[in-house]
Ligand binder design. Structure first.
Ligand code: ADA
Length: 552
């Protein structure tokens, strides 16, 4: 399952994951041995591989012939893909999808091998030892598709409301491998059809754009998350030979008077930061686990998720679209120092994540904002240049959503003039003892008067405190559930009653595993600030969060 709905009615698509593959580690004491493992998965969840850092080969076989397209939704964190022993793709980064087309494959049985590598090195600027785990494995689904001489690569829909009617600007790309005959392109949304007359396609990618107007539309909102299909068809000699179906919602995001508006209504964010992490599945959560995370998030009274600190599995975004949960989606980067940002691979790798994230997730109505570079060196000139470049790139790819970054640099930040929304992570009552209200006053008055961020919407993108599940204390000592509940209560109350604050994201939904490589010396080698623990068992703070989110 790669989405929660069918993306093709015409094009043949078959999932290759969702069954056992052969796994073989390339280094370490088990090098060369073979194991049957489920996919998608992380090898940290196989017996004997809980701490393995290295390369792992995953193989499977499938029947195919002709032009085939292999789509990998995510391999952690560097992938080499081979078909019948021939290298067909390389990809860096666990959290974005990639694909490869192989033409004229002889009909019969074929062997697909994906070598995943989760090692840290100079080559990897974004996956570094960190306060979350970089797992190894084929961590998201893989499919193969049968394509002809040309096929639909993507479709992006931009809805907008004008003169009392909803409109949609549509952009679709067709990849021409070998088509010489004229092709007709037809795009349908809510019974309205846009037809591009038969044309001979140039070789490679061609982009086609058009507009549609609608009479009777139900807009998407958190309360009424109504979704529409966009269907692109390719036809030749009166026959449809390829298609692509995606979903979107009619909604516009704008900024006015320090507020973020969805179809004109101000958003009040009560959100949770969520890592893709589970003790049994690593970052490869199956559908039911994702859906049950979302059920808990909703039950807690939250209306938004921040996908810390990377683009999420698209199935999770589909669920958010369907259930009206707003999403802050961010590119991959957490807490990189100036030296780490100066890694010669950093800018290229970060920009690639941005391109792939926006390309793939453009249509999700739940995504109301893009975030970049959480807590990186936004207090340095070099860092500022990276932030500037990445915001420019984001805006060149998507003008319809605001963008932001979560800072921790307080009054030394020199980048608040760059984003549309000013966002800050604060930890009063955890990393320092300043009362939350005082901390907010100090930060906000500086933002308004000195930072360059004056007049922009203001979000608190992290608050929290460590609480170890089951650690109870009469005196509410730090790390106890009592202390965590108390700290969150004070933090949430101060923020949600703060004028001019658009809302808050709690750090974090659940306890998560962090890198073993000497990072922070956190108890249990876990980040223990979850509202639920890693098994999703609620801590004392759960009911407090729920009450405050539902009433404030
Ligand atoms: C930061 C960071 C998170 C996490 C958190 C913490 O603000 O963005 O990834 O490390 O602090 O738990 O201290």
């Amino acid at each position: 399952m790669i989405r929660t709905f069918a993306t093709h009615r015409i094009r043949k698509q078959e999932e290759l994951t969702g069954k056992l593959w052969t796994f073989s580690p390339l280094q370490g004491e088990h090098a060369g041995k073979q194991f049957q493992v489920p996919t998608p998965s992380c090898w940290e969840n196989y017996p004997d591989f809980g701490l393995y850092r290295g390369e792992g080969s995953y193989t499977t076989q499938f029947m195919a012939g002709g032009n085939i397209r292999i789509v990998c939704k995510g391999v952690s964190h560097t992938a080499t893909v081979l078909l019948d022993g021939q290298r067909i793709a390389e990809h860096y980064n666990a959290y974005t999808a990639f694909s490869a087309v192989v033409q004229d494959v002889p009909s019969g049985l074929h062997r697909l091998e994906i070598i995943a590598d989760n090692r840290f090195s100079e080559k990897s600027a974004l996956h570094v030892p960190n306060d979350y785990m970089s797992y190894g494995g084929v961590s998201r689904p893989v499919v193969w598709e049968q394509v002809g001489g040309s096929f639909v690569e993507y479709v992006h829909v931009t809805p907008y409301f004008k003169e009392g009617l909803w409109h949609a600007r549509v952009e679709t790309a067709v990849q021409n491998l070998s088509e010489t005959e004229p092709v007709t392109l037809r795009i349908t949304i809510a019974d309205e059809i846009l037809t591009f007359p038969a044309q001979t396609l140039p070789s490679g990618i061609s982009v086609h754009t058009g507009e549609l107007v609608f009479q009777d539309i139900t807009p998407w909102s958190p309360e009424t998350p109504v979704l529409y299909n966009v269907e692109v068809l390719l036809e030749k000699d009166g026959q449809t030979f390829d298609d692509l179906v995606d979903r979107f919602g009619f909604r516009e995001i704008s900024i006015e008077d320090k507020q973020i508006l969805l179809n004109g209504n101000p958003l009040h964010i009560r959100g949770l930061c969520r890592h893709e992490d589970h003790p049994q599945f690593g970052c490869a959560l199956p559908f039911a686990a994702m859906a049950s995370d979302l059920a808990l998030i909703k039950h807690m009274g939250a209306n938004s998720v921040r996908t810390v600190h990377y683009p999420n599995d698209e199935i999770f975004l589909d669920l958010c679209d369907e259930q009206g949960i707003l999403v802050w989606e961010e590119n991959h980067a957490r807490g990189l120092s100036l030296e780490q940002m100066q890694n010669p691979n950093f800018e290229r790798q970060a920009e690639q994540v941005i391109r792939e994230m926006v390309q793939c997730h453009y249509n999700h109505p739940s995504i109301y904002i893009w975030g970049i570079l959480n807590e990186c060196a936004s207090d340095t000139e070099y860092g500022r240049e990276c932030y500037r470049q990445q915001f420019d790139l984001l805006r060149s790819l998507d003008r319809t959503r605001p963008c932001s970054f979560a800072s921790c640099k307080s009054k030394s930040d020199i980048c608040f003039d760059l984003p549309d929304v000013v966002s800050h992570n604060i930890y009063p009552l955890w990393y320092h003892d300043t009362p939350p209200r005082e901390c907010l006053d100090d930060l906000y008055s500086w933002i308004q008067n000195e930072s360059g961020g004056k007049g922009k919407p203001f979000l608190i993108t992290e608050i929290g405190a460590g609480g170890i599940y089951g650690c109870r204390s009469t005196y509410a000592t730090k790390w106890s559930e009592e202390y965590q509940a108390h700290a969150l209560q004070e933090q949430i109350k101060a923020i949600l009653s703060y004028p001019d604050c658009t809302g808050v994201y709690l750090w974090q939904f659940c306890d998560i595993r962090i890198s073993e490589e000497g990072w922070y010396g956190r108890p249990r080698t876990m980040n223990n600030k979850g509202i639920v623990d890693e098994y999703r068992r609620p801590k004392l703070c759960y009911e407090i969060v729920k009450k405050l989110f539902e009433t404030l």
